[in-house]
Design a protein around this ligand. Structure first.
Ligand SMILES: [Zn+2]
Length: 527
C-alpha cells in the first residue's frame, strides 16, 4: 500500500480505491467475511469482520453502493471439541456431524453453531457492524448450490490437480470434490461410490454402513469441501473484496488454491484481498474470559473498552500489523489517545495538517453510527476511575459530579464509566484501587503532628470548601504541615491512611475536591 495513494491517508480508503481500480465501476461492490462457528469466535477473528466493515464504509464514502455479507459456515463438519466448552462428552459424541446439528451445550439456542452466531451477532450490533448474514446450512440444505456442486464434480480432475500441486501427499484415488453427511447417522464419514455425470450421487457410510443414492437437486446431505466451497461462493455472490488471515494467505494456502479454482472452474475473478495479522492479549493476568473460558472474544474487550474505543483500536492500526489489546494500565493511555484524536477532530487541539487529516478519518471510522454534532464531554478515564471509587461504583452519582455534562451526552459517558468500573474491579493493579473509609470505621493510627495538620485541614474544608480549588487547597495542605511541624513527605502517607487506608492515593487536592466536603469532613472529624 502506498502511503499517499491518491492523497488518501487511511488504509481503509486506500483499499477501497484499490477495489474500484481493480474491479472497475460497478453498481454494487460486494465485500465479504465469514467463519465456521465451530467454537468461540475470538477477537482475532473479529479483526477480519471489522476490517471489512471499515473498507465497506470507505467505499460508501466514495459514493459506492456496498453489499457487506457475512457467511456463517455452519454446515461445516464439527472436527474438534474446544477445551473451553461445557458438556465435553456430549460434544465428543457429535464429532463429524455438521455443526448445525450439534446440540447447544448451554441449552440456550437451537444448536451449537447458532449459540456462537447469536453471541457474535449481538456484539457486532453493539459496535455498529450490521452485515447481511448468510447461513450456509440454509443454502446447502436447501440445495441452493446444486448446480455448482455438479460443476465441481464435472471438473474434478482439474480441481484435484490444483489442490495436489500444493500438497505433499496427493489426494487419494477415487477422490470427489464433495463431502456427504450420512442420512442415517449424520456423520461425514462417507465414501462417494459413483456419480452419474449429472445430479445423482451414490455414497456409503463407513460408520453405520448405510448406502444410498441422492439427488443433488433435492438432498440436504452434500456440500463442497472448504477449498472448493470458498471459491464457489466468491463466484456465486460476486465477491469483490475479502481479506484473510495469515494462515489462509500463506504460500499454497487456501487463498492461493481458491484463487486458481475460482478462475478455472467457476470462471470468476478472485476478490481483492489483504492479509491481516494476529492480535495478542496483554495484562489479563490469570483472569480468564467471562463468557468463553480461556479465549478472549469481542464481549470481553467490550467490558473494558467502549464500542467507539474498540473500533478505534482497529481503525488506528494497519491490518498487517500485529498488536496487543491491553487490559493493564495501558487502558488509561488508550482512552487518552482516543480523547486526543477526538479533540483533533473537533479542532480543540492543534496538530499539523497531514496528521489532522488522518486522525479525523480514524475518528470518523471509530464511531458506531455518525460523528456527534458537538464534541462529547470528555471525562479522562483516570479521573473517572477515581470518581467512581469515591462513589463506590455508583455510576449515576459519578456522572452527576461531572460539571457541564449535557443530558444528550450522558449515555455515551455512562458507557465509559461502566467500562471504567469493570476495569477497576476486574483488572486495575492493586495500588490503583481504593475506597473511602466508612464514617463508622475505626480511625487509622496517625502521629500527633499529622493529627494536628488533619484537624486544621478538616476545619478549612468544613467552612471554606466552596472557595477552594486545586491550587488553594494544595497550598493549604502545605501550610497545615508547616503549622503542625510535619514534613509534607511524611504527612501524605498519613492522610491517605486516614482517608483510604493506604499509603498512597490519587493526587490529594483534586481527590478531596472530587469527594466533596461532606464525605471528607465525615471521615476527618474523627481525628
Ligand atoms: Zn452413517
Amino acid at each position: 500500500m502506498a502511503e499517499n495513494d491518491q492523497g488518501l491517508a487511511h488504509w481503509a480508503d486506500i483499499n477501497a480505491a484499490k477495489i474500484i481500480r481493480e474491479k472497475g465501476e460497478k453498481d454494487v461492490y460486494t465485500c465479504a467475511s465469514g467463519i465456521t462457528p465451530s467454537g468461540t469466535v475470538h477477537i482475532g477473528n473479529f479483526r477480519e469482520i471489522i476490517s471489512v466493515d471499515l473498507v465497506a464504509r470507505a467505499l460508501k464514502k466514495m459514493g459506492k453502493k456496498v453489499r457487506f455479507i457475512y457467511s456463517w459456515d455452519d454446515y461445516d463438519v464439527f472436527r474438534k471439541v474446544p477445551k473451553n466448552m461445557p458438556q465435553q462428552e456430549m460434544l465428543e459424541r457429535h464429532l463429524r456431524w455438521p455443526i448445525t446439528l450439534v446440540p447447544d451445550p448451554w441449552g440456550r439456542d437451537e444448536s451449537y453453531a447458532r449459540h456462537h452466531e447469536v453471541d457474535v451477532e449481538q456484539e457486532l450490533h453493539r459496535v455498529g457492524i450490521e452485515p447481511e448474514y448468510l447461513y450456509q446450512t440454509r443454502r446447502y440444505r436447501g440445495s441452493v448450490y446444486a448446480r455448482q456442486i455438479r460443476t465441481a464434480l464435472s471438473r474434478r480432475a482439474e480441481i484435484r490437480a490444483i489442490l495436489d500441486a500444493h500438497r505433499t501427499e496427493p489426494l487419494p484415488a477415487g477422490w470427489f470434490p464433495v463431502s456427504v453427511f450420512c442420512g442415517a447417522c449424520s456423520k461425514d464419514t462417507t465414501t462417494v461410490l459413483s456419480w452419474d455425470g449429472d445430479y445423482s450421487l451414490e455414497y456409503r457410510c463407513d460408520s453405520c454402513g448405510r448406502s444410498e443414492t441422492v439427488d443433488l437437486l433435492g438432498t440436504s446431505l452434500v456440500k463442497l469441501p472448504w477449498r472448493v466451497d470458498w471459491p464457489m461462493r466468491w463466484a456465486y455472490e460476486g465477491v469483490d473484496f475479502e481479506p484473510a488471515g495469515k494462515d489462509h494467505h500463506s504460500e499454497g494456502g487456501s487463498f492461493d488454491t481458491a484463487r486458481e479454482v475460482v478462475r478455472r472452474v467457476f470462471e470468476h475473478e478472485p476478490p481483492v484481498s489483504f492479509q491481516y495479522d494476529f492480535i495478542s492479549i496483554k495484562g489479563r493476568g490469570g483472569k480468564i474470559s467471562s463468557s468463553s473460558g480461556d479465549v478472549i472474544d469481542l464481549k470481553d474487550v467490550l467490558e473494558v473498552y467502549t464500542p467507539e474505543v474498540t473500533r478505534y483500536l482497529f481503525a488506528g492500526t494497519r491490518p498487517n500489523t500485529e498488536f496487543s489489546i491491553s487490559f493493564d494500565l495501558d487502558v488509561i493511555k488508550i482512552y487518552e489517545d482516543y480523547d486526543k484524536t477526538e479533540r483533533i477532530y473537533f479542532g480543540a487541539e492543534a496538530c499539523d495538517e497531514k496528521k489532522r487529516e488522518k486522525e479525523k478519518r480514524i475518528y470518523e471510522l471509530s464511531q458506531t453510527a455518525g460523528v456527534p454534532e458537538l464534541m462529547p464531554c470528555q471525562a479522562p478515564f483516570r479521573h473517572l476511575c477515581n470518581l467512581l471509587q469515591i462513589n463506590s461504583g455508583d455510576v449515576e452519582k459519578t456522572l452527576d459530579a461531572l460539571p457541564g455534562l449535557r443530558p444528550e451526552q450522558r449515555d455515551r459517558l455512562r458507557a465509559r464509566a461502566e467500562c471504567a468500573w469493570r476495569w477497576i474491579t476486574g483488572f486495575a493493579p492493586e495500588d490503583f484501587r481504593f475506597s473511602l473509609r466508612g464514617a463508622g470505621e475505626e480511625p487509622a493510627a496517625v502521629s500527633d503532628a499529622a493529627r494536628a495538620a488533619i484537624r486544621e485541614l478538616c476545619a478549612l474544608i468544613d467552612t471554606g470548601f466552596a472557595s477552594l480549588d486545586e491550587k488553594t487547597l494544595g497550598e493549604a495542605v502545605y501550610a497545615a504541615c508547616a503549622g503542625a511541624g510535619i514534613e509534607p513527605r511524611a504527612f501524605f502517607p498519613e492522610i491517605y491512611r486516614a482517608l483510604i487506608g493506604k499509603d498512597k492515593g490519587p493526587r490529594l487536592a483534586a481527590f478531596i475536591l472530587s469527594a466533596g466536603r461532606e464525605r471528607i469532613v465525615e471521615i476527618l472529624k474523627g481525628y
